[in-house]
Design a protein around this ligand. Structure first.
Ligand code: HSE
Length: 381
């Protein structure tokens, strides 16, 4: 099988290393952006060299971002080449379009590497879906934010110091906002829920809140109460309705999810006959993510790739609810009005007030966080 790589950063370098060990698979072209990095004859600066090369069977896309990734993926599919991608942002934004283009051209479009890195998550969602309706999924799907939360919890460190360490270790995206504000998890949540529920889930419909404003005071409060904070993607399906949300959650300290360390990920699903499934592993990094891409390539080559099918139409509802912890910095008083009727407990201190709410929908809480970004929230699960 002849393969072209779009990009030669962390992920495609991992793919290249793994493919070198598999003689049936040849990397015949690599698209790079920077002429100074042209270290192999097969490297090209021009995507047309790949698009027009009839000998290329499959294109791996890992350049990241929306454009020109979208155009390259569509052009490759329209040139009757299979596409395997690790680019969660472009898939979350244009999933339906890519699936339709692949179908039209009789080729495969595969996304295992977009969500959960090396964890065989997407394929297992599809396998479970052959028997069960997946009625819920959740997980820790961002290594950087888990690294930060774990280090703050176990080493008592401050947010900024730990973020710097995560950047130095290469876990964080170039702009770590996507990691700490939840955008990265939201993309993975949309992709996972789309596969699980057989319906393209609009990424913009997913409410999102991150960990940018968590403080040592929050971590201390959680510890005193036997709780651990993690950034979760959560999606639920009830008949022809679904809900999805990305936000920090508070877990009892003895749960599996609470004990996911460092930059690891965990992805969990529930199906009626299989019950609960939890998959744990490396959610990022060149070799784990490269491994997920190569698994997709082998599945395509051996006729074992599942088709992605969006045969259901689901309506967004408010199925996720919970009690919330909020830390509201001093001077923000609008919470009294917005959360009126749902406040269960208030603990005021010099710089902030901790509020615990009754069971509410995320939308209620996000009314406040949309207005006052520095309010940190976490849902009890
Ligand atoms: N920045 C991402 C993470 C990379 O930290 O999980 C993998 O998607």
């Amino acid at each position: 099988m002849n393969i072209a790589l779009l990009g030669f950063g962390v992920v495609c370098s991992g793919v290249y290393e793994i493919l070198k060990t598999l003689p049936e698979y040849n990397v015949t072209k690599i698209l790079i952006r920077n002429p100074a990095k042209k270290t192999m004859d097969c490297m090209t600066l021009d995507f047309a060299d790949i698009e027009n090369d009839k000998a290329i069977d499959l294109v791996v896309e890992a350049i990241g971002g929306l454009h020109p990734a979208r155009e390259y993926i569509l052009a490759s599919l329209n040139a009757k080449k299979h596409v395997v991608t690790a680019n969660k942002a472009v898939v979350a934004a244009y999933f339906e379009e890519f699936v339709a283009a692949a179908k039209e051209n009789g080729v495969k479009f595969m996304v295992e590497a977009t969500s959960g890195g090396g964890i065989p998550w997407i394929k297992n969602l599809q396998r479970v879906g052959r028997i069960d309706d997946v009625t819920s999924l959740h997980g820790i799907m961002n290594g950087t934010s888990n690294f930060i939360l774990s280090a703050m919890t176990s080493e008592g460190k401050d947010f900024d110091d730990v973020l710097k360490a995560a950047q130095e270790l290469g876990y964080a995206e170039a702009d770590p906002s996507a990691d700490i504000d939840g955008d990265d998890v939201r993309n993975k949540c949309a992709i996972s829920a789309s596969i699980a529920f057989g319906c393209p889930v609009d990424v913009n419909s997913i409410l999102q809140s991150g960990i940018r404003y968590i403080t040592k005071a929050d971590i201390d409060w959680f510890k005193e109460n036997g709780l651990v904070c993690k950034l979760f993607a959560t999606a639920k399906r009830e008949g022809d309705k679904f809900d999805a949300v990305v936000e920090p959650v508070l877990l009892c300290c003895d749960t599996v999810e609470a004990n996911v360390p460092k930059n690891y990920n965990i992805t969990c699903l529930y199906g009626e006959t299989i019950g609960e499934v939890k998959l744990y592993g490396q959610g990022a990094g060149g070799l784990p993510t490269g491994n997920a891409i190569v698994q997709d390539i082998i599945d395509i080559n051996t006729g074992n790739a599942f088709d992605i099918s969006f045969d259901k139409t689901l309506i967004k509802t408010e199925a996720v609810t919970g009690r919330y912890y909020l830390r509201i910095p001093a001077g923000i008083d609008c919470y009294k009005d917005i959360l009126r009727d749902v406040i269960e407990k208030e603990e005021a201190s010099e710089n902030s007030t901790v509020v615990i709410t009754k069971e509410v929908t995320p939308a209620k809480i996000h009314q406040l966080t949309d207005k006052e970004k520095s309010v940190f929230i976490a849902r009890f699960v």
